[in-house]
Design a protein around this ligand. Sequence first.
Ligand code: COA
Length: 521
Amino acid sequence: MSEAEKLGTPERKIRDIMSAPVVSATAAETIAVAAGRMREAKVGAVVVVDGDGRATGILTERDMLRFAAAGSDASTAKVSEWMTAEPDTVDPDATARDAFARLSEHGYRHIPVVEGGRLVGIVSMRDLMRIAMIQPVEALAHETPRGLEGVVVAETGIGDVRGLEGFYHYRQYSAVDLAKARPIEDIWRLLFDGALPATTAERDGFHAENRPLRALPDSVARVLPEIAAAGDTFIPLDALRTAVSLLGAASGFRPSLDVDHAELRANAMLTCAAIPTLITALYRLRQGLEPVAPDPALGYAANYLYMMQGKVPSDEHAAAVEKYLISTIDHGFNASTFTARVITSTGADLGAAVVGAIGALSGPLHGGAPSRALDMLDQIGTADRAEPWLRAAVERGDRLMGFGHRVYKTDDPRSLMLREVAESLGGEKMELARHIEATAIDVLAELKPGRKLYTNVEFYAGIVMDSCGVPRELFTPTFASSRAIGWCAHILEQAADNRLIRPSAHYRGEAPPQPVPAIIG
Ligand SMILES: CC(C)(COP(=O)(O)OP(=O)(O)OC[C@H]1O[C@@H](n2cnc3c(N)ncnc32)[C@H](O)[C@@H]1OP(=O)(O)O)[C@@H](O)C(=O)NCCC(=O)NCCS
């Protein structure tokens, strides 16, 4: 009896999760035709069938890569030459667990489902990973899922995300509870030192330590006008990445392997305190304005808005932006956090790890979405246009910015909190946003059934920041400023118990060693 049966949970059958009908090809068709069909149906494999509907082969993305590397002509090469013949198949009544074992054992990503000799469906590693009961513990040595989805790569005491519950936490506290109860500097202390300040004296002590570090060293401040002026287009996150690199070098950051915890923590404090100053100074310089010096009397978010806008913000705006900042400090092993830990695992200095993390965050699939979500609202313009616009976008294969998440398959708790904040701030965009959100969820449920796509943090983040006067181009840098606290907490943790992170890959190219060809002509 399997574990699931012992627990009384029925095992999922392949029949329940397979995709059908299957996108197929014949052995005599050309690679160009098969590739076109894969592209059109957005699938990673076609099953090759004969005249009796029997699966005689499978042609996958990997075969396409081999084909591309060989430089053959797609309009003449035949499917039969590149497919894997007589593929392993699975019965529709097999359990998901069996199929998972089969896929991982052989390193396949897709397996045709065959009943009574006839092809009835196809099941992919992705389908299997989506059903939470599969725990790929033993299979990892053979093959990890693409994008490392569901793979545990470290132990951490900093926080975690429970995607199915829509819950995340910083150390032992719910992140949303913290955002409602404490200022960001308290949480910064919690992540760096393991505890919230218990008394106002402890809080003041932390302020006295971090706030003076907001002022930039002269050697960095002097170079900022050059960084801000570089390039025809100003990309604030790129400018920040450059400035953080400079800050680390100018401040004498040493390899994490060579320094003790106190020195690495001091580097982390300096970096997190200076990043808001760097962002706002670079932005203002590019606008032809003088940077505004930080005010140590102001809280983190109020000071950030003050340095950006040149005037002390209302308490309401400072509190709204502070909630956003707190909500984004940390979020499990996201791509930028993982990057920071990988770099730290090599023993590199903290500046290198933060610069790498900013690079990872700059991609639209990670940190670059909030302004795009707001752009989408602008493009839609009015409530009556929402349904046709969203439907056309998803049908075209576009991603709706601000929706979907690798981990949350229910409401993102950050988006729920930020929706409340956005509602309390009011404003004309809010009504349109509510309508677009509801419509997008319906459209996604209809056109992407079973994918569980809901609003993510970025959707309402854009609205909150827009209402508080944060320009769109500073949305992602603002995210970076708070996430830097999370990165640095992870850097400290990685350095404290380090092992070089160095995974492996399956080589899938042409079989080596081939003779090295002589140059012709
Ligand atoms: C966040 C994100 C990258 C997570 O991606 P992921 O876990 O790798 O999800 P996948 O790419 O495996 O997508 C699963 C399916 O849902 C679809 N999907 C995911 N997000 C979607 C979105 N925002 N709009 C439309 N379809 C979406 C994919 O097209 C895919 O469909 P398929 O099975 O037909 O191929 C993805 O949801 C996305 O691109 N969202 C938009 C960008 C965004 O808001 N980023 C900020 C994240 S906080």
